[in-house]
Write a protein that binds this ligand. Sequence first.
Ligand SMILES: [Zn+2]
Ligand SMILES: [Zn+2]
Length: 233
Amino acid sequence: MIYQVGEKSGIYCIESAGQARVYFVGAPDYALIDAGMPGKADKVITALAQIGVQPLQVKRIILTHHHWDHVGGLWELKKRTGAEVIAHSRDADYVSGKRQRRAPRRLSGRMMFTVVGLVGAHNVATVEVDRRVNDGDQIGSFTVVHTPGHTPGHICLQRGDCLFSGDLLLATSPAFRETPHIFTADVPTARESIRKVAKLEFQTILSSHNPPYVFRAAERVRALASKLGTIPE
Ligand SMILES: [Zn+2]
Ligand SMILES: [Zn+2]
Protein backbone atom coordinates (compact mmCIF):
# COMPACT_ATOMS: atom_id res chain seq x y z
CA MET A 1 0.00 0.00 0.00
CA ILE A 2 1.23 3.48 -0.91
CA TYR A 3 -0.27 6.92 -0.39
CA GLN A 4 0.83 10.51 -0.77
CA VAL A 5 1.37 12.48 2.44
CA GLY A 6 -0.88 15.54 2.14
CA GLU A 7 -2.06 16.71 -1.27
CA LYS A 8 0.94 17.78 -3.32
CA SER A 9 3.94 16.97 -1.17
CA GLY A 10 5.46 14.48 -3.60
CA ILE A 11 6.20 12.38 -0.51
CA TYR A 12 4.73 8.90 -0.45
CA CYS A 13 4.38 6.49 2.44
CA ILE A 14 4.77 2.77 1.67
CA GLU A 15 3.18 0.67 4.41
CA SER A 16 3.66 -2.75 2.87
CA ALA A 17 7.37 -3.17 3.64
CA GLY A 18 6.95 -4.74 7.08
CA GLN A 19 7.22 -3.16 10.52
CA ALA A 20 9.04 -0.06 9.34
CA ARG A 21 7.61 2.27 6.72
CA VAL A 22 9.52 3.13 3.59
CA TYR A 23 9.09 6.65 2.25
CA PHE A 24 9.53 7.68 -1.36
CA VAL A 25 10.24 11.27 -2.36
CA GLY A 26 9.61 12.18 -5.99
CA ALA A 27 11.15 14.82 -8.24
CA PRO A 28 13.81 16.06 -8.10
CA ASP A 29 15.10 13.55 -5.53
CA TYR A 30 13.65 10.18 -6.54
CA ALA A 31 14.83 8.87 -3.20
CA LEU A 32 13.73 6.02 -0.99
CA ILE A 33 14.10 6.56 2.72
CA ASP A 34 14.96 3.14 4.20
CA ALA A 35 14.47 -0.24 2.56
CA GLY A 36 11.97 -2.21 4.67
CA MET A 37 12.20 -5.70 6.08
CA PRO A 38 13.77 -8.77 4.46
CA GLY A 39 11.61 -10.23 1.71
CA LYS A 40 9.62 -7.04 1.19
CA ALA A 41 11.50 -5.47 -1.73
CA ASP A 42 8.87 -6.75 -4.18
CA LYS A 43 6.19 -4.94 -2.22
CA VAL A 44 8.17 -1.70 -2.43
CA ILE A 45 8.65 -2.08 -6.20
CA THR A 46 4.94 -2.86 -6.63
CA ALA A 47 3.97 0.19 -4.57
CA LEU A 48 6.22 2.43 -6.68
CA ALA A 49 4.65 1.03 -9.86
CA GLN A 50 1.26 2.12 -8.53
CA ILE A 51 2.41 5.76 -8.70
CA GLY A 52 4.10 5.25 -12.07
CA VAL A 53 7.69 5.02 -10.81
CA GLN A 54 9.93 2.40 -12.40
CA PRO A 55 12.78 0.83 -10.40
CA LEU A 56 15.51 2.43 -12.52
CA GLN A 57 14.11 5.90 -11.79
CA VAL A 58 15.07 5.56 -8.11
CA LYS A 59 18.33 7.47 -7.70
CA ARG A 60 19.09 7.06 -4.00
CA ILE A 61 18.30 4.91 -1.02
CA ILE A 62 19.00 6.87 2.16
CA LEU A 63 19.11 4.83 5.37
CA THR A 64 18.05 6.36 8.67
CA HIS A 65 20.03 3.64 10.50
CA HIS A 66 21.31 0.09 10.22
CA HIS A 67 18.55 -1.90 11.97
CA TRP A 68 17.23 -4.90 10.08
CA ASP A 69 13.65 -3.63 9.73
CA HIS A 70 15.10 -0.66 7.79
CA VAL A 71 17.76 -2.39 5.68
CA GLY A 72 16.32 -5.89 5.21
CA GLY A 73 15.16 -5.17 1.66
CA LEU A 74 18.27 -3.18 0.75
CA TRP A 75 20.24 -5.82 -1.15
CA GLU A 76 17.31 -6.61 -3.42
CA LEU A 77 16.29 -2.97 -3.86
CA LYS A 78 19.82 -1.90 -4.75
CA LYS A 79 20.03 -4.71 -7.30
CA ARG A 80 16.68 -3.80 -8.89
CA THR A 81 17.12 0.00 -8.89
CA GLY A 82 20.87 0.50 -9.20
CA ALA A 83 20.40 3.36 -6.71
CA GLU A 84 23.19 4.95 -4.68
CA VAL A 85 23.09 3.71 -1.07
CA ILE A 86 23.67 6.41 1.53
CA ALA A 87 24.15 6.05 5.29
CA HIS A 88 25.78 7.94 8.13
CA SER A 89 29.48 7.22 8.51
CA ARG A 90 28.94 5.63 11.94
CA ASP A 91 26.30 3.15 10.76
CA ALA A 92 27.71 2.38 7.31
CA ASP A 93 30.04 -0.40 8.50
CA TYR A 94 27.12 -2.31 10.04
CA VAL A 95 25.26 -2.13 6.72
CA SER A 96 28.28 -3.26 4.71
CA GLY A 97 29.15 -6.04 7.17
CA LYS A 98 32.51 -4.63 8.21
CA ARG A 99 31.21 -4.41 11.77
CA GLN A 100 29.00 -6.84 13.65
CA ARG A 101 25.76 -5.57 15.13
CA ARG A 102 26.10 -5.34 18.91
CA ALA A 103 23.60 -5.72 21.73
CA PRO A 104 22.53 -2.62 23.70
CA ARG A 105 24.21 -2.25 27.09
CA ARG A 106 21.27 -2.76 29.39
CA LEU A 107 20.00 -6.26 30.20
CA SER A 108 16.53 -5.82 28.69
CA GLY A 109 18.14 -4.62 25.48
CA ARG A 110 20.51 -7.58 25.38
CA MET A 111 17.57 -9.96 25.81
CA MET A 112 15.64 -8.29 22.98
CA PHE A 113 18.77 -8.43 20.82
CA THR A 114 18.90 -12.20 21.37
CA VAL A 115 15.20 -12.61 20.59
CA VAL A 116 15.28 -10.68 17.30
CA GLY A 117 18.47 -12.53 16.41
CA LEU A 118 16.48 -15.79 16.47
CA VAL A 119 14.31 -14.47 13.64
CA GLY A 120 17.30 -13.42 11.58
CA ALA A 121 17.76 -9.77 12.50
CA HIS A 122 21.54 -10.01 12.65
CA ASN A 123 21.96 -11.89 9.40
CA VAL A 124 20.51 -9.56 6.79
CA ALA A 125 22.41 -9.45 3.51
CA THR A 126 25.23 -6.94 3.66
CA VAL A 127 25.36 -4.12 1.12
CA GLU A 128 28.18 -1.75 0.25
CA VAL A 129 27.41 1.85 1.20
CA ASP A 130 28.21 4.15 -1.72
CA ARG A 131 28.19 7.41 0.19
CA ARG A 132 28.82 8.09 3.88
CA VAL A 133 27.33 11.27 5.25
CA ASN A 134 27.67 13.35 8.40
CA ASP A 135 25.72 15.98 10.31
CA GLY A 136 24.79 18.95 8.13
CA ASP A 137 25.54 17.26 4.81
CA GLN A 138 23.19 17.90 1.91
CA ILE A 139 21.74 14.98 -0.10
CA GLY A 140 19.72 16.52 -2.94
CA SER A 141 17.06 18.52 -1.12
CA PHE A 142 17.61 16.77 2.22
CA THR A 143 19.76 18.00 5.08
CA VAL A 144 21.30 15.33 7.30
CA VAL A 145 20.65 15.73 11.03
CA HIS A 146 22.82 13.29 12.99
CA THR A 147 20.69 11.94 15.85
CA PRO A 148 22.76 9.20 17.56
CA GLY A 149 21.56 7.06 20.44
CA HIS A 150 19.11 4.57 18.91
CA THR A 151 22.18 3.57 16.86
CA PRO A 152 25.51 5.44 16.65
CA GLY A 153 24.82 6.67 13.14
CA HIS A 154 21.07 7.25 13.28
CA ILE A 155 20.02 10.23 11.16
CA CYS A 156 16.96 12.34 10.57
CA LEU A 157 16.50 14.10 7.24
CA GLN A 158 15.04 17.56 6.99
CA ARG A 159 13.40 18.64 3.75
CA GLY A 160 11.40 21.88 3.77
CA ASP A 161 8.86 21.66 6.58
CA CYS A 162 9.15 17.87 6.79
CA LEU A 163 11.38 15.79 9.02
CA PHE A 164 12.02 12.11 8.29
CA SER A 165 12.71 10.87 11.80
CA GLY A 166 13.43 7.13 11.51
CA ASP A 167 13.36 5.60 14.99
CA LEU A 168 14.25 8.78 16.89
CA LEU A 169 10.87 8.71 18.62
CA LEU A 170 7.35 7.31 18.39
CA ALA A 171 4.93 9.80 16.87
CA THR A 172 1.99 8.43 18.84
CA SER A 173 -1.23 10.12 19.82
CA PRO A 174 -2.00 12.07 21.96
CA ALA A 175 1.70 12.74 22.66
CA PHE A 176 5.00 11.68 21.14
CA ARG A 177 7.05 9.16 23.11
CA GLU A 178 10.57 7.84 23.29
CA THR A 179 11.39 4.76 21.25
CA PRO A 180 11.32 1.86 23.76
CA HIS A 181 14.67 1.73 25.55
CA ILE A 182 15.07 -1.99 24.84
CA PHE A 183 15.75 -1.09 21.20
CA THR A 184 18.07 1.81 21.97
CA ALA A 185 21.83 1.40 22.10
CA ASP A 186 22.45 4.50 24.26
CA VAL A 187 19.46 6.13 25.98
CA PRO A 188 21.12 9.36 27.29
CA THR A 189 22.53 10.05 23.81
CA ALA A 190 19.14 9.34 22.22
CA ARG A 191 17.62 11.91 24.58
CA GLU A 192 20.22 14.47 23.56
CA SER A 193 19.20 13.83 19.97
CA ILE A 194 15.52 14.45 20.75
CA ARG A 195 16.55 17.76 22.37
CA LYS A 196 18.56 18.61 19.26
CA VAL A 197 15.62 17.97 16.94
CA ALA A 198 13.35 19.96 19.27
CA LYS A 199 15.29 23.07 18.20
CA LEU A 200 14.36 22.60 14.52
CA GLU A 201 11.27 23.95 12.78
CA PHE A 202 9.00 21.59 10.83
CA GLN A 203 5.28 20.85 10.48
CA THR A 204 5.30 17.22 9.44
CA ILE A 205 7.16 14.31 10.98
CA LEU A 206 7.60 11.12 8.98
CA SER A 207 8.56 8.43 11.45
CA SER A 208 9.16 4.79 10.66
CA HIS A 209 6.81 3.07 13.06
CA ASN A 210 3.85 5.47 13.09
CA PRO A 211 1.79 7.08 10.35
CA PRO A 212 2.93 10.56 9.22
CA TYR A 213 2.01 13.31 11.65
CA VAL A 214 1.34 16.43 9.60
CA PHE A 215 0.53 19.35 11.87
CA ARG A 216 2.83 21.25 14.24
CA ALA A 217 4.96 18.19 14.82
CA ALA A 218 7.91 20.24 16.10
CA GLU A 219 5.77 21.45 19.02
CA ARG A 220 5.13 17.84 19.97
CA VAL A 221 8.83 17.04 19.86
CA ARG A 222 9.48 20.05 22.12
CA ALA A 223 6.81 18.80 24.54
CA LEU A 224 8.52 15.41 24.67
CA ALA A 225 11.98 16.95 25.07
CA SER A 226 10.82 19.06 28.01
CA LYS A 227 9.55 15.91 29.81
CA LEU A 228 12.58 13.72 29.26
CA GLY A 229 14.37 14.57 32.50
CA THR A 230 11.34 13.38 34.46
CA ILE A 231 11.01 9.96 32.78
CA PRO A 232 13.28 7.25 34.25
CA GLU A 233 16.00 6.06 31.89
ZN1 LIG B 1 15.70 0.95 14.81
ZN1 LIG C 1 12.72 0.47 13.33
